[in-house]
Design a protein. Sequence first.
Length: 509
Amino acid sequence: MVPRTTGRAAARIPGAYRGRNPRLSSLPGPDRPARRAPRAPARARHRRSHPLSDADPPAARLRRERLEGGTIPGGRDPRQGIALPAHPAGHRRRRDRFRHRLHPRVLPKAGSRVKPVVAVLGGSTPFTAALVEALRAAPAGIPACELRLFGRDVEALERMRGYGDRRLAPLGWTVAASPRLDEAVDGAVVVVNQIRFGGLAGRSRDEALANRFQLPADETLGPCGLSAALRVVPRIRELAAELGRRCADAWVLNLSNPLSITTGAMIRAGAPPRCVGLCELPLATVIETCRVLRMSLADVAWKYAGLNHRGFVFSLEHRGEDLLPRLAEMLAGRTIFGVTAAEIRRVGALPLKYFRLSISPTGVAASGRAEFLGELKKTIGRELEDRTSPPPSLSRRDLSWYEGAVVPMIAAIFADDGRPVIVNCLRDDGLVREVASRVWREGVEILATTPPPRLLPWLDRWAAHERALLGAIESPSLERIEHALALDPAMPDAQVREVGRAIWDGYAN
């Protein structure tokens, strides 16, 4: 009679009876035929040990539940036994397939059934229709994604979702909407932030300040930019911290103005590491220049340096030829977005259109922009109902940042080929600078550019003002606000104290 031996010894005794040990009972014994061992599904076993198992995406969680419930092949009750491969290596291959599916991927590979998510914060505004149209016209490199819209106005959000679905569904996209931030950004690959904190009412108050003192009413520069920053930064810090907790691996593309200030505030407050600000103006300026020169953008090489809305295209060449002198000659009374030939010759570079605010800040009154945008929002909102084509009134506002900055950046992220993009990044000196970069899936590679000495006085002056602005926002006080205004090239010296008091009173109250 063969002794009844169990445990490890049984594995060493040929022909031993293996008892009821499930790890050994599948081996043949003299009075027990070979059978398959009852084991829990590989997916269930792995889930108990995998540190990210509670973060399964919905599709993976559904498959796991179906597997454990026995509704798909290989998912029978563990007590009934599981059909394992005959060879252990086969089981390891199946186990590895399950584990591979549980590992989260920032960008699903081509052919994956899980669509990458692009979330839009502030997606209830009807101007988001321009983003939808830019995505429709996007290059083939952007895969079909899930577009998630987040906003507070539920009715407007649903209207925008319906329009987006009708326009993008034929391309394989899905469009969802939620008034909850956590639902909107969960698992997002890209988060586009276009929230206008304070709404158009805040912009209207800034315009009233500009009208009162006959100053530029731009929300990115000058006293209105400072007033907007004091209002926006505390709120955008809260948003950044929440994004850092909810979607730490996502790209955050910030559009909120004033762009350099809000981008820096987001990064310092704990936003995901891949947080950049986007502005289409440098590229748009070069494109317009090429149109004047009757040349293709692909035929010119150009270099840019500066801060957002305060920078210069200081090199523009075609096969080694400097095109800036020719550009100044060809303008002949025309302008590049308001920049004249005299200004190009004056600085020896092509400045952005806001340069004129730094050299002539007086005598510019507000234009009632907030009121215009409010009425336009209502009109476009009505036009979005059940439309399958772009709303006619959408063309009444320049929304070129979607086509010229946001969609190219999304395409660069998915392409992962290091294509050049102008981005606003926090640099080692503590300032968010507008720089040329190459974009890869994992981040941006800043391209080194050295502006010529003739531009340094302007660049240094803007940088000094930016640092004073950061100080006023970090610890607001009347003295710091006045100091920031005194260093602002867009602010007349004679009005510093009066305007500073008005901004402080508006902030304190």
